[in-house]
Write a protein that binds this ligand. Structure first.
Ligand SMILES: [Fe+2]
Length: 279
């Protein structure tokens, strides 16, 4: 895994280090569990892992399911826990377990990015694919239009930037029938727009509680592990994986290339109910 020292950060030509973490599933009060795992505990463990492994972070992005049921207190706890540990800018977007309205209300007087992040060389577009009351994802017409307007303005700029798109739902199957019922339902429209803009280098998502990587028409596609329970990959029925909680990092390079990898908690004896056939 390549690393860049903190001294090199922010200097001309050095990669932009983005850390994606996702699917924290925090309960209404601290200490609530998911399949017997205290999701606050594993969230804090992953934050500590990030602090240990990352010498400098340009942006932290949480790609949804911050809360287990969208309770406003979750967002307050999430934010305060994070900000006690990191001074890096924070971006977030909602998942199917979140309340986008509660997130927006909470973020109103905070420095939380939820739509767009621009660096000198990169445009990072954050999308809301959550549909209230549904597990699957869908990009509303206005959200697709917003993405297209950003992509078009960038493409028309004298020096177009490279683009990373982030959302909660997987825009294509990841190989498990049970979670692939809940993809981004209008992925065809999403991809049709992306196909118009060669500046798009990567699409990253959460939701699937597993690390996944593939390519589509030269665009890198990937997901990140959850900060709590992991779903076992490549199975048509739900199963909990023994893989540990973790996060994904990206080095966004000035030439449009991306180096990415996943880090996980080395090993910890969480009392997870591995025999569960659903959650
Ligand atoms: Fe989730």
């Amino acid at each position: 895994m390549s690393k860049t020292s903190s001294q090199q950060r922010g200097q001309e030509g050095q990669p932009y280090r983005l850390v994606q973490f996702t699917d924290c599933h925090l309960g209404a009060v601290a200490g609530e569990t998911l399949l017997n795992l205290d999701t606050d505990e594993s969230f804090v463990d992953v934050l500590q892992l990030i602090e240990v492994r990352e010498s400098a972070i340009d942006l932290l992005v949480c790609t949804g399911d911050i809360a287990s049921a969208g309770n406003p207190d979750c967002y307050d706890r999430f934010y305060n826990t994070l900000k006690a540990q990191f001074s890096s800018p924070l971006a977030w977007l909602p998942g199917n377990h979140d309340s986008a309205a509660n997130m927006d209300a909470f973020a109103a007087d905070k420095a939380i990015l939820s739509r767009l992040v621009e660096t000198k060389q990169w445009q990072i577009i954050l999308l809301d694919s959550a549909v209230p009351g549904q597990v699957y994802g869908y990009l509303a017409d206005y959200e697709l239009a917003r993405m297209q307007a950003l992509l078009e303005a960038n493409a028309q700029a004298p020096e177009p930037k490279h683009v990373l798109v982030m959302l909660h739902h997987q825009p294509q199957p990841v190989g498990s029938a049970w979670i692939d019922q809940y993809t981004l339902r209008n992925a065809d429209a999403f991809y049709a727009l992306l196909d118009l803009y060669p500046q798009v280098q990567s699409v990253a998502w959460g939701h699937v509680h597993q690390a996944y990587e593939t390519q589509r028409k030269g665009v890198q596609l990937c997901s990140a592990p959850s900060t709590c329970i992991q779903f076992k990959p490549d199975l048509d029925d739900f199963a909990v994986d023994k893989a540990m909680p973790g996060y994904r990092w990206f080095d966004l390079c000035d030439d449009g290339s991306i180096v990415t990898g996943v880090e996980r908690i080395d090993q910890k004896d969480y009392p997870i109910d591995y025999s569960s056939n659903g959650y």
